[in-house]
Each structure stands twice: as structure tokens, then as C-alpha cells.
Write a protein that binds this ligand. Sequence first.
Ligand SMILES: Cc1cc2nc3c(=O)[nH]c(=O)nc-3n(C[C@H](O)[C@H](O)[C@H](O)COP(=O)(O)OP(=O)(O)OC[C@H]3O[C@@H](n4cnc5c(N)ncnc54)[C@H](O)[C@@H]3O)c2cc1C
Length: 509
Amino acid sequence: MNVEYSENPEIVSKYLKDESSALLGYAERVYFPKSSPEISEVLKEAANAGVKITASGAGSSVTGARVPRCGGWVLSMEKFRRVSTDSLGGSYAELKGRNASIGISTDARRALVPPGLSLLEISEMLAPLGLVYPPDPTESSAMLGGTAATNASGARTYKYGPTRNWIAGAEIIIPGGEILHLHRKRECINGRRILVPEIGIDTEFPASYPCLDIKNAAGLYLRENMDLIDLFVGCEGILGIFGEIEIKLLAAPKNIFTCVFFFQEADASLDFVDRLIDGTAGVQPLCIEFFDGKSLDFMRSAHPSIPSRQSAALLLEIEYDRPSQHNPYPYPLEIERLAKTAGMSGSSRNWAAVGRDVLKMKAFRHSLPESVNSYVKTRAGKLGTDMAVPRKSFRQFFKACSAAEDCGVKTVCFGHIGNSHLHLNFLPENKEELEKAKAKYLDLAELAVSLGGTISAEHGVGKKTVRSRSGETIPYLELMLGKENMQAIRNIKSAFDPACILNPGNMIC
Ligand SMILES: Cc1cc2nc3c(=O)[nH]c(=O)nc-3n(C[C@H](O)[C@H](O)[C@H](O)COP(=O)(O)OP(=O)(O)OC[C@H]3O[C@@H](n4cnc5c(N)ncnc54)[C@H](O)[C@@H]3O)c2cc1C
């Protein structure tokens, strides 16, 4: 086999953990394929030798998903940075970047991108063409392949939806080494039957398997008559490896107006969210982001102008047309209507920015995870939720999150409230508090599920486990799916990967 690899312990050690920091894996070697045929070679060799494989993107997963817990080989995507000339054909023009290349379709609506490019690199290559790839998870070092495998989301998912909505096709290399070339609407699942004759797959999922109509990244995506490619998006790498990916593009938004509204009562901020979603405020934001009063207290050292004694803030990004070339602001009537609706909902203070000042608002938003992370460094770590519920149940779930500190552990709560999706971070001081936080976390996960919600809206479940009420350690996903639907995932996994060599430990443990 001619694929580059390393067994140098110093190099291998870089691939043994991810941003979850909770797990440390082990591996014999790391492969660096530069193309889908090279990935195929490694998978064939691994299948022959009975060696486990863990795919690696940028390692920004917060769930242990890219940690090689069962040893074997790591398959790093970092050198797969050029699109092959064969794939470009006549429909794509090659666009070169720093040690990288992608294909841009002749109508500029699609791009063919290798899995090892980061989202930041993709956006830098597209910017001069006035194009964007809309998915925007906060961590822009994440690689396209990693974001496809986790169906990553971000703040602007409110307007644009998750990664799944922006994937038009992909090369998928399955554990036997076969390369599938998947395109939407060409390969569909027939009812609940997954039939891929060229590789001998014929399996089915049960009608009981939940398919949620909210933001969700927990478990396999399974719904009747879906496109086959959707089985792989968000599968956390347990069914196949993403090679080149065909993504959909948009014309870049011309002008973005960012504003932050402060509220003395948290419930008032929820009223404003309702008015934004039902259209009363007269704008269609790209994102609606929430910060509770304790988050604002954390951010105040970096941003002293945050008004005091506020219980909540909402940050909105709004795309707008300029009234004229010389006027950088939105139409005054639009702003007035927005401010009036915020005022009606109880907000008396706000900030607004256009042009370069928008970057200051970005810095404001990013200062929260940074200050929380530096706070927890000297304590017992952080335990963060990633749950979302249907909109009709959101106030009930919000109330439970707001009262979570009653368990005796400090919290901060923020997140993508436009999608009824919050990150409640427990900040325990010591091991005893960590145990209390874990018990409350379990309560909240069960509540989210009972309300028809998800235990993970965007991070995925990776290798997370949880201690159930009966004291048994179970895969985190089982809390939401139950044993029968976990078995449905195991059945599909063994159809594609009978020897269970690919990304062992993810999702089904
Ligand atoms: C500060 C911070 C903020 C974050 N914010 C968000 C957010 O807003 N939204 C969000 O959704 N996530 C967020 N994340 C989580 C993380 O960034 C995403 O899950 C991201 O999609 C992971 O991409 P990666 O390239 O780092 O993948 P990795 O972490 O390397 O891998 C993630 C999973 O994908 C698999 N994988 C990687 N490449 C491939 C491939 N080519 N084929 C098949 N499987 C593959 C890995 O085996 C692993 O299971 C955040 C993380 C951090 C640290």
C-alpha cells in the first residue's frame, strides 16, 4: 500500500484526544490519504488485517467522537485537500487555494470540496467570488468531512438549517473499501428498506424509530423514502468515510446588521423571541442567540459596557438592503419596528452595529465560551447540555434550565434560542458538585425526551455514556432511543460494517 502514514509516537499522540478532553485513546499508526482511492486502500487493508479505524478531522468534537478508544489506525483527512481532476469533469472549474483546490460549478451554485479543508479555508476561497457555504458551527477550524459526519449546526442554522441541507452529494467509502458516489434524488431509500445492491445491502429500520422535526444530531437520521446520502450525514463516521463532498452555495449576504437587546426579566426575552418568530417584529433574522444574566456577568470583564442588573440578552443578525450606496444603515422604518417590538417585550437597552463594528459583536458572542473555559480550568471542569425541544414546550424546558442551579452547582445558560436549543453549562467547584451536576443533567435529558425533544441538537453523542436510574452505565443515546431503536442502529451498522472496524464506540458504544 502506498498511502503515507506515521508510527512516530509523538505524531500519533496528536490524534488520541479531541476537544472533549474526557477520553484518551491509543493507536498504532496514523494514515494520511490524499484521495478517496487512497482511503479505500486503507479500509481494505484494515478489513483484511481486522484492524479498527477511527476517522479524524480537526479534532474539535466535544463528545470524544474522534478518539480511537479501541486502538488500531487513525485515518486523518488533513492531507486530502485537492479535488481530483476526474471528479471535476466538464461541469466544474478548478479553484486553487493554499495547498488546496476545489471545484466551482459553472453556474456557481455548487462546489466540489475535499473533506480535509476547514470551514474557514472554504469561506476564504469563496469570498472573492461573492459566495458562501452557509453552515457556521462556532469552531471554524472544523473540517468539511467532520462537519458532514456530525451534521454540524451553528447560530445561523435558524435561517439556513444544518449541514445536511447544504450537502448535494458525496463520495462515501464504506468499510470494505467500495466507493459510493451518492447524489440527492438518485439513490433513495424505499420506504424503510435500505437497499444498496452493488454492495449487497438489504436491511430495514422499524417504524418505531423517531424522526424529529426539530434541530437534532442524536442518532442516525432515518425517515421513510429519504435520500441514501442522508443516512451518512450525521452518522458520526460509523457507516462510511466522506471523500469529496458536493456542497450547495449561496450569494454572500451583502449587509449584516447585528443588534443585542438587554432584558431585566428573562421571560420578556422569550416574548420577544415569539414576536420575532411569528413575524410581528418585521424582520427575518439569520440567528437569534440567547444569553442569561449569569452569562452576561461572565462577559462583563471583557465588555464592561454591558448594562448591570440584566437577566437576559438576545443577539440578532439581520441581512438587509441599503437605502442608498452612501448610507450604510438599514431603512429607518425597519429598525424602528424592530426596536418598538423589543420595547413592547420589555427591552429598554440595546446595541446595534453595521459594517466593521459587526466584528465587535462577534467578539462579544465569542467572549462567553472563552471566559467560561478559563473559569473552569482551575475547577472540576464543565458539564454542558446540548438539548432542544419543540417550540410549543420551550417555556417549560427553559424554566427547568433556569432553576437548575437549585441542585447547588453554578450554571450559565446561552444558545440558539431561535431553534429552542440551549447550552446549559454546569460549572462545578469540586467532585461532589460534579456528581450533583450529573444528576441534574440526567433529569434535564429525560425532561427533553419526554417533551418530544433531543438530548443533542448539534454536537452529536460520540462516545458519551450516562449512568441510568438503575445505576447501569449506558450509551447516552439510549436515554432517547430506548433499547429497541438502539438495536435498529446496530443492525444497520452491521449491514455496512459487519466486522465493526469503523469508528467503534461512537453512538452505540
Ligand atoms: C469551541 C467549539 C465550538 C463548537 N461549536 C459548535 C457549533 O456551534 N455547532 C456544532 O455543530 N458543533 C460545534 N462544535 C463541535 C465540533 O466543532 C463539530 O462537531 C465539528 O463538526 C467537528 O469537525 P472536526 O473536523 O473537528 O471533526 P473531528 O472532531 O475530527 O471528528 C468528528 C467526528 O467526525 C468523524 N469524521 C471526521 N472526518 C470524517 C470523514 N471525512 N468521514 C467520516 N467521518 C469523519 C470523526 O471520526 C468523529 O466521529 C464546537 C466545538 C468547539 C470546540
